[in-house]
Design a protein around this ligand. Structure first.
Ligand code: HEC
Ligand code: HEC
Ligand code: HEC
Ligand code: HEC
Ligand code: HEC
Length: 230
């Protein structure tokens, strides 16, 4: 039989040692983790929320002040003149020095801005263009799968033909990819408008025309994880 004396007295000490003071924090932490982790996971899966910063506006300094505004805009060169793998491959090639030299051997050969181009040409070394758009390595992306199905450069890269220096206009997050994969119709255009950045798929064609593009080509982008994570 325990007496009131036992409870007030010696018994108290061993009980404290079984559950030390800091253990008071343990339960809230565990409950917090149980609640927060699945919510976070659900958000990541549903909306593609991510702790990674999405570099909208990212504009690295390039080794040569190459201007898309001059070359694609004013001179009207087609994107595929330089990015000539974009319709056939996952990667859109960055043009080699030789492509620039087809014109610049004659055009402004004395230009200060073109010094690194001549160096590269003379020494046979590549120009170290800085990447602007760069998905994490665990994501698979394929240009040809989009360009050949009626998604134009402007949808994912903005008005490159008006940029003196290229910058990222879209978040390139998982949520951004999925938003279009769930409902691609507003972003479809005829294949001959793929590199026409002035063409606006919503403004310049009716919903009926877009629906036609979707149906005729049986366009239905996948939302399976393995499409983009393989
Ligand atoms: C005369 C060649 C040339 C033409 C034409 C051209 N580009 Fe480029 N493009 C380049 C070069 C060189 C770079 C790398 C330097 C830079 O980022 O400015 C580049 C970079 C880019 C990038 C950024 C690549 C990265 O690192 O993420 C995009 C996007 C791009 N071009 C899109 C286009 C689009 C869209 C068109 C058509 C409207 C186009 N380009 C026309 C030469 C060209
Ligand atoms: C189809 C011909 C053509 C090609 C290909 C071409 N350029 Fe040009 N580029 C021009 C012309 C023309 C101008 C001059 C535009 C002006 O002054 O209005 C120019 C201007 C420039 C200038 C500005 C020079 C200055 O001093 O103002 C740079 C830098 C340049 N180009 C870099 C490049 C690079 C790098 C490439 C390859 C990725 C390239 N160009 C490919 C025709 C071309
Ligand atoms: C559906 C969206 C989408 C479309 C459409 C698209 N791009 Fe891209 N582009 C991207 C993404 C995403 C990257 C970054 C890829 C990576 O990091 O692996 C990229 C990268 C690039 C690069 C850098 C080289 C590379 O492949 O990583 C160039 C150049 C480029 N795009 C040009 C173009 C041109 C030109 C067009 C139109 C003919 C175009 N893109 C259409 C999303 C798109
Ligand atoms: C603006 C619309 C749009 C955006 C943004 C977009 N996609 Fe797509 N994607 C499509 C369409 C349309 C297809 C072609 C579907 C078809 O052929 O039925 C496609 C196809 C693909 C395929 C090819 C699947 C296969 O069967 O080979 C991959 C991979 C892919 N997308 C990855 C991505 C990734 C990664 C992103 C984001 C960085 C992205 N997409 C952003 C519209 C989009
Ligand atoms: C259409 C392409 C696409 C599909 C489909 C897709 N993802 Fe992703 N996912 C991406 C891209 C792009 C990123 C990189 C986003 C970033 O940089 O934050 C990413 C990032 C992630 C990340 C890392 C997020 C973080 O916080 O860094 C996880 C986890 C992930 N995806 C899981 C999934 C799962 C699970 C599925 C299937 C339900 C799935 N993804 C389907 C494109 C896709």
């Amino acid at each position: 039989m325990r007496t009131s004396k036992d409870i007030d007295g010696p018994l108290e000490t061993p009980v404290r040692f079984v559950f030390p003071q800091w253990s008071n924090l343990l339960l809230p932490t565990v409950i917090g983790a149980i609640l927060v982790v699945p919510i976070y996971a659900a958000l990541v899966l549903t909306y593609g929320l991510s702790p990674v910063t999405h570099n909208v506006g990212y504009m690295p300094i390039q080794p040569i002040p190459f201007s898309h505004k001059i070359h694609a805009g004013e001179l009207g060169l087609d994107c595929r003149y330089c990015h000539n793998t974009v319709e056939y491959a996952a990667k859109a090639a960055i043009p080699p020095t030789q492509t620039c030299m087809t014109c610049h051997a004659q055009v402004q050969p004395e230009s200060e801005a073109l010094k690194p181009l001549w160096e590269s040409y003379g020494e046979g070394t590549a120009i170290l263009w800085q990447r602007v758009h760069d998905l994490p390595d665990y994501v698979f992306f394929d240009h040809s799968a989009h360009v050949e199905r009626g998604v134009g450069c402007a949808t994912c890269h903005g008005r490159i033909d008006e940029m003196d220096v290229v910058f990222q206009t879209q978040p390139l997050s998982m949520g951004w990819c999925l938003e279009c994969h769930r409902d691609p119709e507003p972003n479809l255009r005829p294949l001959d408008e793929i590199t026409n950045l002035a063409f606006d798929s919503l403004r310049d064609q009716t919903a009926q025309v877009r629906r036609g593009l979707l149906d005729i080509s049986h366009i239905s982008p996948s939302e399976d994880c393995s499409t983009c994570h393989r």
